[in-house]
Design a protein around this ligand. Structure first.
Ligand code: NAP
Length: 249
């Protein structure tokens, strides 16, 4: 039976690349995002390539929407046994300028969103006695100026990952986190724009400080997700892998 995977924040960037990769690995994929047109386009492209996919609009920080969407995926595609918690936003500011809304929205999407999605999906994984959850952390979890909200959320996701790994292991469910460094997406393009530099210059500058001398691409992260959700990765759980083109400490 075709296994079903859910990828959040799949309209573009890392999530879109992960959805394409999991489809080519043979999963039926539910692409979730606030951007409905984006996920429907992504799902149509996967279907045109011979894969199986649906695109659904959801705010991952909204309990009712999450519950309804995961149930709909189970109805339409089958029990979801892979979940990639990738949806994310940044609202960068130095602490003294950071608003309540900057804090709440970032914690809401990354932490509450991953919690709600995982709680809804674990039901199917534990019933199937097989599952894979992959959470998107970040090198910012180690601390990054102007990102108190984001780094707290990304560090929080690492504790969340380890705890779920402990709770769900006996059901055949592994839970791991990927902490990317600089990946070329709209998110990093927006940071370049905020800093007033061209994205090309921003990427070139970042690459100088990365041992492999290039920034990451969404496919670099999709490759690691593909590994974590594979059958053979069943003895690897509760891990955080930094994918940053070099060591991070
Ligand atoms: P991106 O291009 O900004 O894509 C993020 C996607 O998440 C967008 O399509 C966005 O939709 C969606 N999203 C935001 N809030 C949502 C919500 N409440 N419910 C559902 N979907 C929502 O970002 P990316 O660079 O691919 O990043 C993907 C993940 O990797 C994030 O968790 C990010 O923190 C993490 N990460 C990225 C980097 C990097 O360098 N790019 C590094 C480390 C970690 P809308 O456009 O409609 O808002």
């Amino acid at each position: 039976m075709t296994k079903v995977a859910i990828v959040t924040g799949a309209a573009r960037g890392i999530g879109a690349a992960v959805a394409r990769r999991l489809a080519s690995d043979g999963f039926a994929v539910a692409l979730l995002d606030l951007d409905e047109a984006g996920v429907q386009e992504g799902a149509a492209a996967i279907t045109a390539d011979g894969g199986k996919a649906i695109g659904l609009s959801v705010d991952v920080s909204d309990t009712e929407q999450v519950e309804a969407t995961v149930a709909k995926i189970a109805d339409e595609l089958g029990p979801p046994v892979v979940l990639v918690n990738n949806a994310g936003i940044t609202r960068d500011n130095l602490l003294f300028k950071m608003t309540d809304a900057d804090w709440d929205s970032v914690i809401g999407v990354h932490l509450r969103g991953s919690f709600l999605m995982s709680r809804a999906a674990q039901k199917y994984m534990t019933e199937q006695k097989w599952g894979r959850i992959v959470n998107l952390s970040s090198t910012s979890a180690l601390g990054n100026r102007g990102q108190a909200n984001y780094s707290a959320a990304k560090a929080g996701l690492q504790g969340f990952t380890k705890t779920l790994a402990i709770e769900l292991g006996k059901f055949g469910v592994t839970v791991n986190a990927i902490a990317p460094g600089f990946i070329a997406t709209d998110m990093t393009a927006a940071t370049a724009e905020r800093l007033g530099v061209s994205f090309e210059d921003f990427k070139a500058g970042a690459a100088q400080a990365i041992p492999v001398r290039r920034v990451g691409e969404p496919e670099d992260i999709a490759h690691l997700v593909s590994f974590f959700v594979s059958e053979g990765a069943g003895f690897i759980s509760g891990q955080v892998v930094y994918a940053a083109g070099g060591p991070t400490d």
